[in-house]
Design a protein around this ligand. Structure first.
Ligand code: UGA
Length: 475
């Protein structure tokens, strides 16, 4: 099919490359001429595993092209709107870019078009787009506005596109439903050579859910908010575990084994970030408010998440005492691994708080350094995790990059002023015995040393660590 993708940001570019890969003729545009220029020269503006190869391959085969939005609108049977919907100061989504595209379609399109909202938008946005087209569209324009939310995660977006749990479409007609079935047929039937895993065969077929547009729009916000709620929930449980001598990893395993709950998104830490959860959560609360529903449950989710930062900095203070003048190594800046995205990353808030208290920070991230250099001032940027650790009183882990799992611990220890790791993601828990053997103190979230280690080790560790907090007697 001839498809047009408007907006070459994270969602748009990934969707464009993946749709081309499964056989469509895709025309991708963006209003940012500089970005478009880069893409036309074969450069990808952000890091996403496998994406650069996929874009290059499909441009070479001629199935993927970049250019002006008008051309895409004129040429294509279906137009996917993938422009940004950033948060306004009141938490609502800014829909001005969506409106601009709707007007461009109204001005340019003739004949039938399936117009697809892929950007995350509030419920009833399809209705607004229809109104815009009715007001400004030409007599020769025939269209349907549909919703097709994306559920791609940064860092594993291609995997999520090719092997999704579900594809949701909000439509008003059989015609639009059939068009979507045609667009996604190779994914629905799992009939394509998987570009992510070599020899990948017989994956489960995704569900194809057909709804009205309002329901489809709500599914997106409700999914992200639910996942955010799971994270805040386990973070509160982690605090309770820490205070009472329980082990949050075991607790998460125990509750996650219930198939009704599931183990995913029960990883405790310094909280969720990124350009989706924080803004979608706020937007959903505002959407509910406007509809007369007080979604106070989600307000708490946000409050718990914000409190993670102060809680983590408290932990650091508890371990190293006064922060002023303390040299600390910070590993991981991206809001999650396998991305260079630092938008709303918890690391930024941690850095801000530590700097405000006068700490001396040496930071490192495998992919996010260029973005970080543009946004963060007052820290020393390091070439690798070892350089960041030189002379530091502690390593703070803020993003669970794989690279941090397999370091030369002896070398690391020799560079540090004090062999202390405060792990905001519990990622080094599997090697903590090894770390202990090399003289490291290892501090986790939701698990005090006493709970996780055998009694003898625990006693010696507690003796070494006068700052270690004992479980609070309860009741
Ligand atoms: C999220 C959703 O997972 C996608 O389904 C959705 O399509 C996307 O938002 C979107 O709306 O575009 P993403 O923001 O890329 O994807 O990242 P996640 O993997 O969901 O992680 C979000 C944050 O939660 C990260 O900061 C991560 O570190 C944190 N997290 C995640 C936890 O703290 N604990 C967990 O157990 C899981």
């Amino acid at each position: 099919m001839k498809l047009s993708i408007v907006g070459a940001g994270y969602v748009g570019l990934t969707t464009a490359a993946c749709l081309a890969e499964i056989g469509h003729q895709v025309y991708c545009s963006d209003s940012d001429q500089a970005k478009l220029g880069l893409l036309q020269q074969g450069q990808i503006p952000f890091f996403e595993p496998h994406l650069a190869q996929l874009v290059a391959r499909n441009c070479q085969s001629g199935r993927l092209e970049f250019g002006a939005t008008e051309t895409g609108i004129e040429r294509s049977e279906a137009i996917f709107i993938c422009v940004g919907t950033p948060p306004l100061s009141n938490g609502e989504a800014d829909l001005s870019a969506i409106q601009t595209v709707a007007r461009e379609i109204a001005a340019r399109a003739r004949g039938y078009r399936l117009i697809v909202e892929k950007s995350t938008v509030p419920v009833q946005t399809a209705r607004q787009i229809k109104r815009e087209l009715a007001l400004y569209g030409s007599q020769q324009l025939d269209y349907e506005v549909a919703s097709n939310p994306e559920f791609l995660r940064e860092g594993s977006a291609l995997e999520d596109f090719f092997h999704p749990d579900r594809i949701v479409v909000g439509v008003e007609s059989r015609r639009a439903e059939d068009q979507f079935r045609e667009v996604y047929r190779p994914v629905l039937e799992q009939t394509f050579a998987c570009p992510v895993h070599e020899n990948c065969i017989s994956r489960t077929r995704p569900a194809f859910l057909v709804t009205d547009t309002n329901s489809s729009e709500i599914i997106k916000h409700a999914s992200n908010s639910f996942l955010a709620m799971k994270i805040s929930y386990i973070n509160m449980v982690a605090d309770l575990c820490e205070a009472s001598g329980a082990d949050v990893e075991k607790v998460a395993e125990g509750i996650g084994l219930d198939r009704r709950i599931g183990r995913a998104f029960l990883r405790p830490g310094i909280g969720f970030g990124g350009f989706c959860f924080p803004k979608d959560l706020q937007a959903f609360v505002r959407i509910a408010e406007k509809a007369g529903c007080d979604f106070s449950l989600l307000k708490e989710v946000e409050k718990v998440n914000l409190a993670r930062i102060a809680k983590f900095v408290d932990k650091v203070r508890q371990e190293v005492w006064v922060l002023r003048g303390k040299k600390l190594a910070l590993w991981g800046l991206a809001f999650k691994p396998n991305t260079d995205d630092i938008r709303f990353a918890p690391s930024l808030a941690v850095i801000q708080q530590l700097l405000a208290e006068g700490a001396d920070l040496q930071v490192y991230d495998p992919e996010a350094m260029p973005n970080a250099r543009r946004q963060i001032a007052g820290v020393k940027f390091s070439e690798d995790p070892y350089e960041a650790a030189r002379g530091a009183e502690a390593v703070l882990i803020l993003t669970e990059w794989d690279q941090f799992r397999t370091l030369d611990w002896e070398r690391l220890g020799s560079l540090l002023h004090r062999r202390l790791i405060i792990d905001g993601r519990n990622m080094l828990a599997p090697v903590k015995e090894q770390l202990a053997a090399q003289g490291f103190e290892y501090v986790e979230i939701g698990r005090v040393a006493h709970a996780a280690e055998p009694a003898a080790q625990s006693a010696s560790r507690a003796a070494k660590k006068p700052g270690a907090s004992d479980p609070v007697p309860i009741g």
